[in-house]
Design a protein around this ligand. Sequence first.
Ligand code: HAM
Length: 417
Amino acid sequence: MISLIKGFHDILPDQSLKWAFILDTARSCLSRFGFREIITPIMEKTELFQRGIGQTTDIVEKEMYTFSDLSGDSLSLRPEATAGILRSVVEHSLLRHEQSLKLFSIGPMFRRERPSKGRFRQFFQINAEVLGDNSPLVDAETILAATSILEDIGTQDFCVDVNSVGCKDCRNIYRAELRQFLKPSFGRLCPDCQRRFDTNPLRVLDCKEPECISICRNAPLISDWLDTACKDHFGQVVNALDSLGVNYRVEPRLVRGLDYYTRTAFEFVHSKLGRTKAIGGGGRYDSLISELGGPDVSGIGFGIGIERLSMNLPDEGPLYQRKIDIFVAIIGSDARYKCFEIVNQLRRAGLSVEARYSDMSLKAQMKLADRLGAQWVIMVGENELTQGQVTIRNMKTKEQFLVELGGIEQAVRGEKS
Ligand code: HAM
């Protein structure tokens, strides 16, 4: 047997109803907020992610699936969606005629992380981006859109942590301050953080090594180094979140694993999964679009991990149950061919219908009908066919009655309406 690639996973039929429910709910929620879908390739030129996400992030440094294709181009499976969406927006000049765009995308991402519960090497994201509007109200509305998806899906026990990571200017000053703070403890930092000390000291704040966490406990906070404009922006975001009644916490230690963020950054944390396995995250990016060759406009967006959402929901729920309209139980092999015709006539009429054409006892067929979530069972044997009538059973009320062969659809629909 050839098995799955480590860290990849299958979505099995028993989970696919839940999966579809999550995607349908997200789509309908995002369309309420005015987002339209964009579908971009799962592979892009490596340079896009290096420039977009940042050369010194963990994702680009060690988590991308990168290879040279036969022409020698370096290509990478997308580790996230934002860079590809923005590449597409810039390439097709989508911001030329519209001042502001709201786009969403759903699909697989690839990161070569250490796999564990809720951490995969291929995982799916719901991703949304608002481009061309830098009002703090947009930040709050974007956070509300993500919150609404989680709520509509039925996610419980989550909170959104928000922070401002400042603009490039305040971050430059803060970076120097942070280095100053970390310098005396440099020898105790893990090898990765010793490297980050020079390249990207903010990443040290996000390190999961116990010694680095302990060193950072008293680190200076970015919130103390925000300039007036960034402070004011964040104040307005927080006020707007208050007015929307969003359940948030200001988390001054929140930094994100991607370099493009400016000002507002946020993460959705579930009480069972904790910060290291956030269900979603995002933030504002004020210079990414222009850095990728587009107009000088800002953006904000979020990504929600579908596996992590799915982990918090049962495989079957009242809103996503296995269900069919009719199960046709075949009694005796003589009725088989006629049943085959009935099944497919009813399907053509728009009903979902199932039957098993190989020999099976009535008891086993009734059990199967139950497992399939059949609303009705029609029992068809040779006798019924000669009389032109079949027995129909309402699986909820357990009532049974006879109907004419030509009246099955009407009986079922009559009951349905
Ligand atoms: P991110 O925080 O890297 O942000 O990922 C967003 C979400 O994807 C995470 O909160 C998590 O639920 C899920 N996720 C990430 N890595 C894994 C993994 N290895 N296994 C399972 N789930 C995972 C971004 O990707 C940004 N592009 C979001 C964004 C959009 N920011 C602005 N616009």
